[in-house]
Design a protein around this ligand. Sequence first.
Ligand SMILES: Nc1ncnc2c1ncn2[C@@H]1O[C@H](COP(=O)(O)OP(=O)(O)OP(=O)(O)O)[C@@H](O)[C@H]1O
Ligand SMILES: [Mg+2]
Length: 479
Amino acid sequence: MNIAIVGAGRRCRAFLEAISRCTFEDLELKVVAIADKNEDALCVRQALKHGILFTKDYNDLFERNDIDLIVELTGDRQVFNDILQKKKKSVRAFDHRTAQLFWELNRISAVQERTEQELVKAKSLYNIFINELMEEDLMIISPSYQILDLNETLSSKLGFKPKELIGRYCYEISHHQDAPCEGRDHPCPLRQTLRTGKPSQTTHVHRGPKGNELFYSISCHPIFEDGEIVAVVEISKDITKDINMQRRMMQQQKLVSIGRLAAGIAHEINNPMTTILTTAMLIQEDLDSDDPIYKELQTIVDETLRCRKIVDNLLDFARQTKPSKEKNDINKIVMETINLTKKEAAFKDIRLGYDLAENLPLVHVDKGQIQQAMINLAINAIEATEGGGKVTFTTRLASSGEAIEIIVSDTGKGIAEEDTPRIFEPFFTTKETGTGLGLAITHGLIEQHGGTIDVKSRMGEGTTFTIRLPIKKGEEDVH
Ligand SMILES: Nc1ncnc2c1ncn2[C@@H]1O[C@H](COP(=O)(O)OP(=O)(O)OP(=O)(O)O)[C@@H](O)[C@H]1O
Ligand SMILES: [Mg+2]
């Protein structure tokens, strides 16, 4: 459509700009002529530069055949009326007010277009941020606990597509509950952020598929709109590895300090105790075993022996020196352990069984130390098992092929859930005559070999300890 403009001032410039921005699908707009009685008007030079016809008298426009539309932009009503009267019937005309409506509409659509472009840009940045850069689990949650959005890291962990989870409640998805979280293990950081309007952080303890503890650090950050919280960004991070590492370090530090303390006092106590023991036994020799004093002395002997056991264990602890490693056949060590503990087992009518993998590689270990670790596990298993029960020793190559697993399992009473995290602590015991050092020593010995020890237990069903000893490269000679 060819356009002629009457009036080359400010309105003309706005109109030209609006036209240059417009893209109409089936309409090509082209300004072919401009008329203004002032030849210095704002757009005259621009018109001439672009080869647009310029005339000082708008009457020249009515004679032309190449004009489809005349736009009056002088703001003078009389000029428009004059145009309406003189123009050819086939030529359309509109005045500066209609023109203004046109460029306003155009401006709005330009702003909209810009906003849409900005939205697309923001959305793609947001997607990159939450799905590609963010390794943690992220959810955006409404104040009514509904999921507004979540990242792919989290949705794939949950086994869904993000859109299948949007709109559902966060507690339903994360905790399979029908109400928001609460309690010591599950304080709700979202609730706190909604209450205080400030970011909040907490740690949740979950159970993994194998009953293991998983720790999640959860932080919530509010999003405000007009002073109101409209959503909360919740980021959760699996910190199980960090917590376990911290625990191990604390355990190690405890072991070191107890070891030092033990080394200091054990020898001092051993001598007087030997004196007490031998004196009590000597007096017993002169007495008849029915004598009541004989029995009192027996109590002294028994209790002194118990003290000696504690001191011996403490000394074992203190002796946690560097292992002197040699190539060893783990199956041989297991068989020797069975031989050393079979009397105790037989005494309680407990069967000792074994299932040892063939062709295991030899491993570099301190035989005495691994033996001691296994005896501790075997004795615990026998102590926890009733007559008629069974303790089984298994060896195998770990599925990774990089470690040998030694498994000691029993059909005994099991370990209470609340005790499980404490059993490797020095002095933790549930037995009347226990020192609580057996597992602490075992743990220390296995760690010194670069290995790990885990426990799985169910009350009333039994307990399984798994030791993993690494096979270092170059040590894979099969015996
Ligand atoms: N196989 C097992 N079955 C059930 N509970 C076990 C088993 N092994 C260990 N425990 C629990 O772990 C605790 C700590 O074991 P640990 O060997 O360190 O000390 P203890 O056996 O009590 O004392 P000590 O080894 O000095 O005789 C035990 O008291 C017991 O409650
Ligand atoms: Mg023990």
